[in-house]
Design a binder for this molecule. Structure first.
Ligand SMILES: Cc1ncc(COP(=O)(O)O)c(C=O)c1O
Length: 380
């Protein structure tokens, strides 16, 4: 799927090839820059949440940038991480697993398991030397795009009991939380870190590690998150809450790690008399997340010659290519008045939960990923 021929920019590819199927553009340089930013700035172990984008090219570039640890949610993802780095450290952080999945994870030498229920702890069986259980807990706080606590995470009281039980079983005891994806309020991390210290204290367990999750925000319907100040706050709060016995920190970004390194070009298949557009990608393709997340404003409109359209912006309904009438962007797209059939809509910041979720429904979905040299998108 990933084309080896390298273009400088998406616009250069559009101008020369005029793709008629939805196309993703991947900048390895942008991905490595982001990986280095996390590793330079975060005061602990940086792992990557494979679910955000499991393409081999993504995993290999992260390994090339120095990442060695991966948050995986299934044996399949564990295998993908292993294929990218034979010595990859695996954290299996989907807290609900079948016995067969536990066995597969054990065979792949999973190093850390997140757990939010005693039944799931029982399924893990006896601990091996150095194996960790990270008890995942939840708080009812806002700040993220939607509530991750609806599905996973023990209440703090249950987390106390789980932490004791994990330690009694011989596992290295850790805590983990996820403030929710696209979390723009850094105070969510502060609240979780303070609660972590209380849970550990009540359990009488000296935490080896604290996993502060993913959730770091990408530039999507908001300004770029100042990651360095979020990292500083995490370190400060950990030191204050735990004192001299502060646990080692772990983070597991998905979205913020990979978002910037991809753009998506969808072509305008038709412009109707009422102004609505039909694009060759939509909510069953790489724009799947638009149903659940705010619309991105990082959109450019190009003629087939690659020149940017400059007409006044007006909102238009934007349908996807499938025959399903639900296949429409949830909010109108502000488009230039001169947008025409055969034009391109270029969406930047599209690396996370795009390729990973896109279906082939009705024979659509992005088919090609073109590698580009440009380090940052949003420019020609
Ligand atoms: C356990 C866990 N870690 C990390 C992530 C990545 O989150 P994000 O992409 O918001 O950084 C997720 C997302 O679902 C998750 O469930």
């Amino acid at each position: 799927m990933f084309e080896q021929i390298c273009y400088h920019t998406p616009v250069e590819h559009i101008r020369t090839r005029m793709p008629d199927t939805a196309t993703l553009y991947f900048s390895p340089k942008a991905l490595r820059d982001e990986a280095e930013r996390f590793q330079r700035g975060f005061g602990g172990l940086v792992t990557y949440a494979v679910k955000a984008n499991a393409a081999p090219e993504v995993l290999e570039n992260l390994v090339a940038a120095g990442l060695r640890a991966f948050d995986v949610a299934s044996p399949e993802e564990a295998g993908q991480a292993r294929a990218a780095a034979a010595s990859a450290v695996l954290h299996y952080n989907n807290p609900v697993r079948s016995l067969a999945e536990v066995a597969a994870g054990k065979a792949l030498q999973v190093r850390s398991w997140s757990v939010d229920d005693l039944g799931e702890l029982a399924k893990l069986g006896a601990a091996r030397q150095g194996e960790e259980v990270a008890v995942r807990f939840k708080l009812s706080i806002s700040g993220a795009h939607y509530d991750f606590g609806e599905k996973f995470g023990a209440e703090p009281d249950a987390a106390v009991a789980l932490l004791r039980a994990a330690e009694a079983k011989g596992y290295e005891a850790a805590l983990s939380f996820h403030p929710g994806t696209q979390c723009q309020d850094a105070q969510a991390w502060a609240a979780y870190i303070r609660a972590s210290a209380q849970i550990a204290q009540q359990a009488g367990v000296c935490l080896k590690r604290l996993n502060v999750g993913g959730g770091f925000a990408s530039q999507r319907g908001c300004a770029r998150q100042d990651l360095e100040s979020v990292f500083a706050l995490i370190e400060r709060e950990t030191a204050q809450a735990f004192g001299p016995d502060a646990p080692e920190l772990v983070c597991e970004p998905g979205r913020a790690m990979v978002a910037e390194s991809f753009s998506l070009a969808a072509r305008v298949k038709a412009v109707r008399a009422d102004g609505s557009l039909f694009l060759n990608d939509g909510i069953y393709g790489a724009l799947a997340e638009w149903r659940d997340m705010s619309a991105s404003t990082r959109v450019r409109f190009l003629g087939a010659d690659g020149a940017e359209r400059s007409g006044a912006l007006t909102p238009r309904r934007a349908f996807g290519p499938t025959c399903d009438s639900l296949d429409v962007l949830p909010e109108p797209l502000a488009c230039p008045a001169d947008i025409s059939e055969g034009d391109y809509v270029l969406f930047d910041g599209m690396g996370a939960y795009s390729l990973a979720i896109a279906t082939r429904f009705n024979g659509y979905g992005p088919r090609e990923v073109i590698t580009v040299k440009r380090a940052a998108f949003g420019e020609n």
